[in-house]
Design a protein around this ligand. Structure first.
Ligand code: NAP
Length: 293
């Protein structure tokens, strides 16, 4: 069985920053990622709030960080973690021992619960991936956070009409992106409304809102945020009532296991706070090993 000083579960900004600090601190370090390095931010075309960059795409930012991490002999493994024990992580293919671990597995995309039959048939979760299919067509984006509003901005340059459907009349998104959208004359705000059903004969044709209004659409982009998915922890680590990992700073209830990024209880879920967590969690790992070896 392979053995590491520090195993990091998740290759988003929290996980990669953890790896950078752990490896630079001399720890033999492994990052395990099951899907896509970078997590949610890779779909963001324009990040304007990460210090040091006036504007950078999420993909480029993550690529830069990954290049930086690779300079320090960090190992990477693309497998799914199925179980975590106090000194061992189990993936779908192997068991790996560790002295310390950092859980940085991010969040899982939320769904409306209505869209299963229409995914890839008019319904998408990624405007930058699928937007080009809707040139001069009518689309809607549902959500009120930065992802939804950035999607609206992106799609407004492609589609003929973009409806922004949000369940409230105020947004979580930054004022700067809201202000850009209000200047677009092909964006229509549909506020204080929820989607009741998605309709079509095999392919999306329309949606029905909760006031029974029907909107004819070619595309629907769902951007309603993320929630934690930490089934692999079973009962090892304490979660809060919302399913996030309880943490005091980046410490969990297990002394050699730390947590970084969006998966932990915290007030501000941003790239910069995920990176900050990564630095703190890795430093905690280094300190733990120094004290206990
Ligand atoms: P978010 O900020 O959590 O927003 C999710 C939105 O979806 C909220 O407006 C929420 O409404 C709505 N929503 C949730 N469940 C819903 C449901 N069942 N039906 C209808 N609407 C629902 O998620 P996000 O926009 O994906 O952003 C996630 C994080 O990444 C945030 O911290 C964000 O700032 C960050 N981010 C940053 C950038 C950037 O800096 N360029 C880009 C993208 C994302 P309520 O408001 O009513 O709860």
């Amino acid at each position: 069985m392979n053995s590491y000083d520090c195993v990091i579960i998740g290759g988003g900004i929290a996980g990669l920053t953890s790896a950078l600090y752990a490896a630079r601190g001399g720890l033999k370090t492994l990052v395990i990622e099951s899907t896509q390095y970078g997590g949610q931010i890779v779909n963001s075309l324009d990040v304007e709030n990460y210090p040091g960059f006036l504007s950078i795409s999420g993909y480029d930012l993550i690529s830069n960080i990954k290049e930086q991490v690779k300079k320090y002999n960090v190992e990477f493994l693309e497998e799914e973690v199925t179980d975590l024990k106090k000194n061992k992580v189990i993936t779908n293919q192997r068991e790996i021992e560790f002295k310390t671990a950092i859980i940085a597995s991010g969040l899982k995309r939320r769904t409306l619960g209505l869209e299963d039959d229409y995914i890839g048939k008019g319904v998408s979760y990624c405007a930058t991936c699928d937007g080009a299919f809707f040139k001069n067509k009518k689309v809607a984006v549902v959500g009120g956070g930065n992802t939804a509003l950035e999607d609206v901005l992106y799609l407004s340059n492609i589609a003929s009409t973009v409806y922004l459907i949000h369940r409230r009349d105020t947004f979580r998104a930054d004022a700067s992106v809201i202000s850009k959208i209000t200047k677009k004359d092909n964006v229509e705000f549909v506020l204080n409304k929820q989607i009741k059903s998605i309709n079509g004969d095999g392919v999306l044709e329309s949606i029905t809102l909760d006031d029974d209004t029907v909107l004819n659409l070619d595309g629907l982009f769902i951007a309603i945020g993320f929630s934690s998915e930490v089934n692999y922890l079973h009962d090892l680590i304490e979660l809060d009532e919302d399913g996030f990992i309880k943490s005091d700073n980046t410490c969990t209830n297990i002394p050699n296991i730390f947590v970084a990024g969006d998966v932990r209880t915290k007030e501000v879920r941003q790239l910069i706070t995920a990176a900050s967590d990564g630095a703190i969690a890795a430093t905690n790992c280094i300190n733990y090993i120094n004290i206990n070896s």
